[in-house]
Design a protein around this ligand. Structure first.
Ligand code: HEC
Length: 232
């Protein structure tokens, strides 16, 4: 009987302490106030075990070529570098101010499989600032970034700058958006042929009006039903 009373007392005490911690406002939620080593260990262990468990049945598509890397680098530059930085690129003030800090992926991904990186990128990580890109991107688009991320440790600053150069070109920005990329892929061709059309691979005439977003810079010839042609 005594043991039951003791357990009950401990439980009541725990509830009381938790309630005080929650309602008093004593706990400091500031990002600059870091966790204790023990809390950090518990959170990290929970995170990696959870990722391991949830990514266990993801099949990795068999695909990695030059164009995957290029498309992946561009997506990485747009979607990830602001927090994680990249070869020769520092994280932005947003990345620098986050806690937990976004790790330098060149180091941290060595302990993650492609499936795990994919799961993290698609689903995000609760209470960390790591966003879920699944709601806004297709799996195909995310795999490109994942393959690029896996190659990050081998990519020099110069290679990275060269890879993302196309992104900075005004012409590319006008032609490129994700809906265009989705239209380029079908489920079946994804595993066989990787045919994203990149700026430097596309000749001016290969863009069909339905696939590419309108590009005001490019010379565009429209043929009217009358047979008349206009140059814009
Ligand atoms: C708004 C900031 C932000 C952006 C943008 C962002 N991340 Fe993260 N990411 C984080 C933070 C913060 C963590 C750290 C989570 C932790 O350690 O608890 C993280 C962790 C990760 C991890 C786990 C690494 C590890 O070893 O723990 C991977 C993989 C990752 N991000 C990939 C990406 C990819 C790929 C992109 C772009 C598609 C991306 N992230 C964009 C903030 C961001």
């Amino acid at each position: 009987m005594k043991i039951i009373w003791t357990i009950l007392l401990v439980v009541i005490l725990l509830i009381a302490v938790s309630a005080i911690a929650v309602y008093s406002g004593i706990y400091n939620v500031a990002a600059i106030q870091h966790h204790s080593n023990l809390t950090e260990w518990v959170l990290n262990k929970t995170l990696y075990k959870s990722v391991e468990y949830h990514a266990r049945s993801i099949n990795v598509p068999d695909l990695l070529d030059e164009s995957t890397l290029k498309v992946g680098s561009i997506s990485y530059d747009e979607m990830c570098a602001t927090c994680h930085g990249g070869p020769g690129v520092d994280p932005s003030v947003i990345g620098e101010g986050l806690y937990p800090e976004p790790p330098d992926l060149r180091e941290s991904i060595k302990q993650l499989s492609a499936a795990q990186i994919f799961w993290i990128t698609k689903n995000g990580l609760k209470m960390t600032g790591m966003p879920a890109f699944g709601p806004t991107h297709t799996d195909e688009e995310l795999w490109d970034v994942v393959f690029f991320v896996q190659k990050l440790p081998d990519i020099s600053s110069e290679d990275y700058a060269a890879l993302i150069e196309t992104t900075n070109s005004k012409k590319y920005k006008q032609e490129h958006d994700h809906s265009h990329m989705v239209q380029e892929h079908t489920e079946s061709d994804y595993t066989n042929i990787h045919n994203y059309q990149l700026e430097d691979q596309v000749t001016d005439n290969t863009h069909s009006q339905t696939q590419a977003p309108k590009n005001n810079n490019e010379e565009d010839v429209h043929t009217h039903t009358s047979g008349e042609e206009h140059d814009y």
